[in-house]
Design a protein around this ligand. Structure first.
Ligand SMILES: Nc1ncnc2c1ncn2[C@@H]1O[C@H](COP(=O)(O)OP(=O)(O)OP(=O)(O)O)[C@@H](O)[C@H]1O
Ligand SMILES: [Mg+2]
Length: 244
């Protein structure tokens, strides 16, 4: 079982859109995939309609080992794609992780036999939960809007990962919400700043069809497969698959 995460300390950069599209594409390519929406605001849950939280189950029970994780899972939202929707009780995930004495890693362990790929959609905070995500993931994909400010937050993330010894090499940046009509976007993509190391070669364009994913509750590959944005997500998947 491989674990990947979409994470950035910055909000609204395309983490959730990428997590949902990549989880869907992975399942279509024959990997049994589990997508977990770790964000209490639950945006991924909007992108996959019909995937409401499982009622009555409390995260605290899960973390205390009193409820199996399977009870939180929506099976086969699409063939081969299971989903743990956001749950209101995830709001205090951090505190509960510490109180319950369990780690995210131990919570995920029961999936290891049947699941090939876990995709974690993370909230934009830098918390104990994020630290665990960064630690246990094999790769962490970091969407970057091509601006100077996002280079700063990239450097801060790298410094954080280095100081906590979480494995700096697992971080993979890629450009997101790209508008090639903007000179700065074009310049930063054509000659990426050396601080980025080796960003993925794909860049995800700014496209209104991506916004429609939320309204329609569908992955882009189902909603509008012929669009350039859908092609970009397929390329993102191809690069991730090679990386796994
Ligand atoms: N490539 C894109 N083109 C246009 N709009 C996009 C694109 N990607 C995401 N969006 C829109 O931008 C907003 C933020 O996207 P998304 O939820 O994926 O970001 P996020 O990084 O997960 O945000 P948060 O930090 O709040 O979790 C959403 O309204 C989404 O529809
Ligand atoms: Mg999000």
């Amino acid at each position: 079982m491989r674990i990947i995460a979409f994470y950035s300390p910055k909000g609204g950069v395309g983490k959730t859109a990428a997590a949902v599209n990549i989880a869907y594409l992975a399942s279509q390519h024959g990997l049994t995939t589990l997508l977990w929406d770790l964000d209490p605001q639950g945006a991924a849950s909007f992108y996959l309609s019909g995937a409401e939280p499982v009622k009555g189950r409390k995260l605290s029970k899960l973390l205390a080992g009193k409820a199996p994780v399977a009870e939180f899972v929506r099976d086969n939202v699409y063939p081969g794609l299971d989903f743990i929707p956001s749950h209101p009780s995830f709001r205090n995930f951090d505190i509960k992780l510490e109180e319950g004495g369990q780690s995210l890693k131990s919570v995920l362990a029961p999936f290891s036999e049947e699941t090939s790929l876990v995709v974690l959609d993370c909230p934009p905070s830098l918390s104990r939960l994020t630290e665990q995500v960064l630690e246990l993931s094999d790769r962490v994909y970091v969407p970057l809007v091509p601006t100077w400010l996002s280079l700063n937050s990239w450097e801060q993330l790298q410094a954080f990962v280095r100081s906590k010894k979480l494995g700096r090499k697992k971080l993979r940046p890629f450009f997101s919400l790209v508008d090639r009509r903007k000179k700065l976007h074009k310049d930063l993509i054509e000659s990426p700043d050396r601080r980025l190391g080796e960003p993925l070669s794909v860049s995800i364009p700014y496209a209104s069809v991506v916004e429609r994913m939320g309204e329609e509750g569908l992955p882009l590959e189902v909603l509008a497969p012929a669009t350039p944005a859908a092609a970009a997500f397929r390329q993102l998947w191809a690069e991730i698959e090679k990386d796994l």
